[in-house]
Write a protein that binds this ligand. Structure first.
Ligand SMILES: [Zn+2]
Length: 245
């Protein structure tokens, strides 16, 4: 049965001399693999359509649990700006790798929607670092380890929140705080906004480097502590930031 499914190419692998196998995060079925026959051929219409980060509608003899043979792709966004820029490509690759891990764990249509919205914002020129932080925070929910950002995670109080503890798993109030790392009130409020914001509706994303650093380092230690994910693209990003490209 020929079917059209909406998706984003997460990864591509060579298959035999001229073909490719691509993994696509689809809106309806999670991660699906497609065989793109002849896609390595320079003249093939499938060549560009099957490159990583492409968003479109994939037409195939669709079989959700096995390899579907791709007939054509109706490209909706090739993400040209992202593909031109090493920093943007690196962040997008990290988000794709992270998403494929999240989708394996617990796929929900919202994962697709949030990934697509983030890529569109990166394409439009918004900070890929901040968007990655927002998406990482949202994904904690699907990974089943969402920190408590609605009140103190020890006593439940909604007042006098002064710290964010990866060890305790969320906000900590003035009465419960022990030796949690200090964090600014701005970062405390912003991280909660990151969780609730609708990425597609973002029109302004100006956060100081100092606050971004606070949020980023919390997410880093939280991911290390609770998710057990090791992503090679994240390692690459860290090195890229060190070099200061
Ligand atoms: Zn408390």
């Amino acid at each position: 049965m020929i079917k059209k499914v909406e998706g984003i190419v997460l990864s591509e692998f060579s298959y035999k001399e001229t073909s490719k196998i691509i993994q696509v995060l689809t809106k309806e079925y999670g991660v699906v693999s497609f065989l793109a026959k002849g896609a390595k051929n320079i003249k093939s219409e499938l060549r560009l359509a099957t490159t990583k980060i492409t968003y479109g509608f994939f037409i195939s003899n669709f079989k959700p649990n096995s390899l579907s043979v791709l007939t054509s792709v109706d490209i909706r966004n090739p993400f040209k700006e992202i593909k031109k820029d090493i920093e943007k490509i690196s962040y997008a690759s990290f988000l794709l790798e992270l998403t494929s891990q999240v989708a394996k764990n617990n796929f929900n249509e919202k994962v697709f929607i949030d990934l697509l919205a983030s890529l569109i914002k990166i394409e439009e020129g918004y900070s890929p670092l901040i968007l990655s932080d927002i998406l990482e925070l949202k994904y904690l929910y699907y990974l089943g380890v969402m920190p408590n950002l609605d009140g103190c995670c020890i006593c439940g109080s909604k007042d006098n929140i002064v710290a964010l503890s990866s060890k305790e798993g969320g906000y900590v109030c003035k009465n419960c705080v022990t030796n949690e790392p200090k964090i600014s009130q701005k970062a405390l409020k912003l991280i909660r906004m990151y969780y609730y914001v609708d990425i597609a509706k973002i029109t302004k994303l100006q956060v100081s480097n100092a606050i971004t650093e606070e949020i980023h380092s919390f997410l880093e230690s939280y991911y290390e502590q609770y998710t057990g994910l090791y992503l090679k693209t994240k390692h690459f990003l860290k090195n890229l930031n060190k070099i200061g490209l």
